[in-house]
Ligand binder design. Sequence first.
Ligand code: HSE
Length: 410
Amino acid sequence: MRKELKIGLFGFGCVGSGLYDVLNKSKLLNASIDKIVVKDPLKQRSLPEDQFYYDPNVILDDPEINVVVELIDDADAAFDIVTKAFKKGKHVVSANKKMIAEHLIELLTLKDEYGVSFLYEASSCASIPVIRNLEEYYNNDSLAGIEGICNGTTNYILTRLQNELKSFDEILKDAQDVGFAESDPTLDIDGFDSKYKLQILILHTFGLITQPEEVLNLGIRYIKQRDIQYAKEKGLRIKLVSFARRIDDKIVAYVAPQIVDDQNFAFEINYEFNGVSIEALFSDKQVFIGKGAGSHPTASAVLSDVSALQFDYKYEYKKFDECKAQMAKDAIVKVFVSTEQVDLLEKVDFIEVEEEFVAVDYAYKVGRLKLSQLSHTFYRENPELFISFYGDNDIELLSLREEFKESVTV
Ligand code: HSE
């Protein structure tokens, strides 16, 4: 039996107004947007002014409203709204990946305490139905890994940098104009947005809750035309990849640019499209591709959550209850590191170097190093280094290397 849903909507930006459109176009739902709360009274909007409220309590205190849809971009304000909505017994749909990733434990505890449903399909890869698939379909098959292009803005920038001669800043401006980028685009280009999404995917893939500081995020801010040229000459492409793989009971996870060949799922995923590759023990690899940003694609995932609420759907977090995995601390990864400050490269602590190029004003090395090393302050203090993972993520754990095992047993 379909429940009647009365929605209180927070935010009427790119996704909020998109939800208004798609909900009105969809004849399937027994749901209506009863009230809309926004922050800025002066902003021009597509609906008459008298449709909007500015006080969150107008929704939170309305006993008729049984669903809060939170689509604002301020993560702290969103957390406040969502937790208050839980306490008022309202179900919540959110797309706020930063808020969710930063507060996973508190949110899951509170929504259980108040017996409400909390759905957030749009938070990771927008239109791609990845979270519900991980929850429901891949519930029984043991998952070995998940990797994805989870940020539309950076994929759009990288694709255009590879195909055109426009500058990074010009293309970023275009991404902002079409509504892909966050209001603070640092979140996109430094890999934070991809990391928040990865944390959510890790929870639904492996059942592990991670803190933002446990997952390395390297972005694309310092990519140079010569890095793109390097990849192009070899028939390769550079993509920003969110990656997590289970090796025994350890999870290796990071967000980083990755140089991939045409056999990699990410190679042909371009512009604002996102893609997710899920690797399971029995079904092997499966790839989902869809629009990862933008008004209607993101709103479609919100709509799908609203629709699921009509049937009292909740995520069950069964994998979380059974999870024994922990984050790996000793992974070794293959990377490409380049810089225009040639001396800097000597300070990067490679375990093995496979390829090297040095000119007066540009140098690079390809080799293996410890993943944990990349979190050191040296890399934050020397942003002129562009670091990209290389190839098909043939990750190793140092503790599983033969020479390490021998040295431990001697
Ligand atoms: N800024 C995000 C992106 C929006 O570019 O993917 C969708 O989450």
